[in-house]
Design a protein around this ligand. Structure first.
Ligand code: 13P
Length: 337
């Protein structure tokens, strides 16, 4: 097996998923501020040290997505990627530089970071990364998204993915359809389907190997402000139907973002999506907030809380591991909680 293929097999190992710990400076700053933790370089380092030294992390977590600052930081004299490797966890890296307004398209965004990406990917590989992530953001509104914004984001994702494959890194291609708004489940399904079709058209045109990439997507959900909130089974049904219609079977894996769902909701819905089985791709999680929320709250910036925080991360990781096997239930929360 080539390195890229073995990386994919390891990331998609049965019962395991990814931890997204790649919050940019503004994002980690916001999460810390909400808890009254100051976002200093040392606090960010200590927080990620707490996450990555969680005992048995590699039992349920196959890969961690890092941020540029973190991949260069150390735990004692061990680099973060080496510390993860000791836990049998594969280090990856967020390589986009965030979103800006898409000129001419009010309310829509484009993701930056293609300039100099070839050189950055080569450096990240030397620093130990084996996969990369790029996030595009699509908002749902009355007139949104426009075809132009979907296609612009799809083309940029495809350029990124082809550069990753050239560099020997597995690209995680992430077009996130935001939960914000009062749209229905059906509208989210329609938009997610259109976005995925546009992304796969661009990937194929750009000669991206579908067999050596992963898709990261959101579940099909009712908008946060929609008065009619779809239930767990409805979400799972719409999500699977949408993915079956839009994601080629050549893609080895689909990993979900949590996108602002509560941690338990993200686990329950993942369980319902995975329970039927028999899909052409492996499905698992690549959660940020839904894995870290309780742990960050427990940690609260204090070394005295490290064990409690790690216990919270272990618990959510175990619950999501059960979910990808379709074996999660309300009892799983109590069992280890
Ligand atoms: P959330 O699970 O918090 O949405 O983060 C996942 C992620 O990587 C978003 O890019």
């Amino acid at each position: 097996m080539t390195t890229v293929e073995s990386t994919i097999a390891a990331l998609l190992a049965p019962g395991k998923g990814l931890l997204a710990a790649d919050e940019s400076f503004p994002t980690i700053g916001k999460r810390f501020k909400d808890l009254g933790i100051s976002s200093t370089e040392e606090n960010r380092r200590a927080y990620r040290e707490m996450l990555f030294t969680t005992p048995g992390l590699g039992e349920f977590i196959s890969g961690v997505i890092l941020f540029d600052e973190t991949i260069r930081q150390k735990i004692g004299d061990v680099t973060m990627p080496a510390a993860l490797a000791r836990q049998a966890v594969i280090p990856g890296i967020k390589v986009d530089l965030g979103t800006v307004a898409l000129a001419g398209f009010e309310g829509e965004k484009i993701t930056e970071g293609l300039d100099g990406l070839r050189e950055r990917l080569s450096e990240y590989r030397q620093l130990g990364a084996r996969f990369a992530k790029w996030r595009a953001v699509i908002a749902i509104g009355e007139q949104l998204p426009t075809m132009a914004a979907m296609q612009a984001n799809a083309r940029v994702l495809a350029m990124y993915a082809s550069l990753c494959q050239e560099a020997g890194l597995v690209p995680i291609v992430e077009p996130e359809v935001l939960m914000d708004g009062n749209h229905t489940l059906a509208r989210c399904e329609e938009v997610t389907g259109a976005v995925l079709k546009s992304v796969f058209t661009a990937l194929i045109e750009q000669r991206v190997g579908l067999e050596t990439m992963l898709l990261k997507t959101g579940m099909v959900l009712s908008g946060k402000e929609c008065p009619q909130q779809a239930g767990v089974e409805e979400v799972a049904g719409a999500t699977l139907r949408c993915l079956r219609r839009s994601v080629p079977a050549a893609v080895p894996g689909i990993v979900f973002l949590s996108g602002g769902q509560s941690d338990v909701e993200a686990t329950e819905r993942l369980n319902a999506i995975c329970r039927p089985g028999g899909m052409p791709w492996t499905i698992t999680f690549s959660y940020g907030r839904a894995l870290q929320g309780a742990a960050m709250k427990a940690w609260h910036g204090s070394p005295a809380n490290v064990m409690a925080a790690q216990t919270a991360l272990q618990h959510r990781s175990r619950c999501n591991s059960l979910a990808v096997q379709g074996k999660y239930s309300a009892g799983s929360e109590r069992a280890a909680g």
